[in-house]
Design a protein around this ligand. Structure first.
Ligand code: CDP
Length: 209
């Protein structure tokens, strides 16, 4: 079984996808960490993340070991990730890895922006999470505080709006709900309630198939 979980930043994708993977005994891939790894490699090399040649070269060098780097969570890296993610060559370089991962073993849960539309258009179940930008910025702000990273709510909100716009407006694989995805607004839902709602959707979908 392949489950696609898409949505904007801090909509609850990671928490939900990890939990679904554990529940169904599937592998889990946070595809955002691939774009973050590309961005981190470009930044570390002193390159401009918007430079297609440098970004594509970085994408070709990304390895599984890169995905554990704590610096991937930095906000600077998140911004640069959405810049490299708009470059078609970067997306192309990361596509085969994601598709191979999805097909391995019993299947997988992947979270990202384009899993249901581009990476796994034939996924058995697709979920699209949303939440107001204010609620998402507050979640990210609290995450940053918990990591004792210096954070200012207004700044986090501003950065999130910027990244949302970049992700939605790019030409290649923009952030958009797949027509057959179950859309869930998590603004007023906690992680448990979101999990229960999605489990019900997957159960119904499997019965129909
Ligand atoms: O954790 P958060 O939701 O803030 O971001 P992320 O999922 O780690 O993704 C970081 C950036 O990578 C996003 O802003 C997107 O620009 C890009 N991304 C993408 O283009 N396609 C994906 N499948 C996953 C992430």
């Amino acid at each position: 079984m392949i489950v696609a979980v898409d949505g904007p930043a801090a909509s609850g994708k990671g928490t939900l996808a990890r939990r679904l993977a554990r529940h169904f005994g599937l592998n889990y891939l946070d595809t955002g960490s691939l774009y973050r790894a590309v961005a981190l490699r470009a930044l570390t090399a002193g390159a401009d993340p918007a430079d297609p040649a440098a970004a594509v070269a970085a994408a070709r060098q990304v390895e599984v070991g890169d995905l554990d780097d704590l610096r991937l969570r930095d906000d600077k890296v998140a911004q640069a990730a959405s810049v490299v993610a708009a470059i078609p060559g970067v997306r192309a370089a990361l596509l085969a890895f994601q598709r191979d991962f999805a097909r391995r073993g019993e299947g997988a849960v992947l979270d990202g922006r384009d899993i249901g539309t581009v990476v796994c258009p034939d996924a058995d179940a697709k979920v699209f999470l949303t939440a107001t930008v204010e609620a998402r910025a507050m979640r990210r702000f609290k995450e940053l505080q918990a990591r004792s990273a210096a954070a200012i709510y207004e700044r986090v909100l501003q950065d999130m709006k910027l990244r949302d716009a970049r992700d939605r407006e790019r030409h290649t694989a923009p952030l958009v709900r797949a027509s057959d995805a179950f859309e869930l607004d998590t603004t007023a839902l906690d992680a448990d309630a979101a999990f229960v709602a999605v489990l019900r959707f997957i159960g119904e979908r499997r019965q129909r198939r």
